[in-house]
Design a protein around this ligand. Sequence first.
Ligand code: EZ4
Ligand code: CO
Length: 412
Amino acid sequence: MIIDRAEVIVTSPDRNFVTLKLSTDDGLTGLGDATLNGRELAVVGYLSDHVVPLLIGRDAHRIEDTWQFLYRGAYWRRGPVTMAAIAAVDTALWDLKGKAAGLPVYQLLGGASRTGLLAYGHASGRDLPELFDSVRAHREQGYRAIRIQTGVPGLRSIYGIASNVTVEANAGVRYDHEPAQRSARPQEEDWDTRAYLRHVPGVFEAVRGEFGPELPLLHDAHHRLTPIQAARLGKSLEPYDLFWLEDATPAENPEALRLVRQHTVTPLAIGEVFNSVWDYQQIIREQLIDYVRSAVTHTGGITHLRRILDYAAQYQIKSGIHGPTDISPVGMAAALHLGLAIHNFGIQEYMKHGTRTDEVFRQSFTWRDGLLHPGDRPGLGVDLDVDEAGKYPYVRAYLPYNRLADGTVHDW
Ligand code: EZ4
Ligand code: CO
């Protein structure tokens, strides 16, 4: 199984995706997701200019060796661009190995540890009536766990609220919680931490009042709080029994979670912008978190995320693999195979992709009774329709950013 072709495919059906496609001399193909939201072309360059030439002629069975060769061999280790590129190679090699063995990837990882993966969706609303409608719509779609994001009075637009994009290039396209917007420059949003901290507990009180105590509820603070603010939020949300509070503080300073932990028993999740086991080392060892949020796509692939999750398992820390729309169907499939196999699965984030995306990437996962399953086709179970992908060239898109009332740039 010698790699004789490697192609980097960029397509933008509903949003941009970067996919690595490896072909072997015995006629098999494998896919890996390398999408880095808002910085897609950096990974395209890393792969095309520096990695693809090294892959031709390699034995596709040697997954661990290829991982170590790309990681240690680059000398410049870690970082989102490098780790997304390595992830794409690693994922494509697992896809190939599954196809060569005639087995779905989860079987290669040890087999199923459960019948399906509990998944949560993203409900949001600018106000309570809109939020309640969104929660109801998600329950009708079968979701058994729901993330709650809400508008804050006085703030125009903030992270996590579905909106109709008004920029000309994308007029009329509804992005359900898809923050990257197609435009020449990033959108500016506004932020006020005190207003947010005052507003959010009342929203959770109302949601519990409307939907009862059993529904698992999640919330994402998206790195915007200081440690003491995050501690206060965690404490004020305790009566509403959150499944988790996500990204309470910025990722650069993970030991900030120590202070948060001292003050609240609200479970903590972090890691969507982490990219290696070393980012997690201290907070897993000190048991400062409850859920690991990394995506397969941004954390060096199935091989490396498995390593992080095995380490986390020793401390009763579980998976909460990142699954927003910027993870392609290939990256999602990798997450589902990994989540089905590991013992310390927690929950899987699941946002539906648009119909054009589903025509480019033909998937075989199932969604039944609130549970996801990757399916039983050999490999990852995703086919890329190259002709369909070719209809949608790259479109420049950026994530938004925040400014405070006085004009200061704030964490988004
Ligand atoms: O903002 O994936 O929990 N999910 C998230 C996402 C991230 C986007 C960034 O690309 O925080 O919505
Ligand atoms: Co998040």
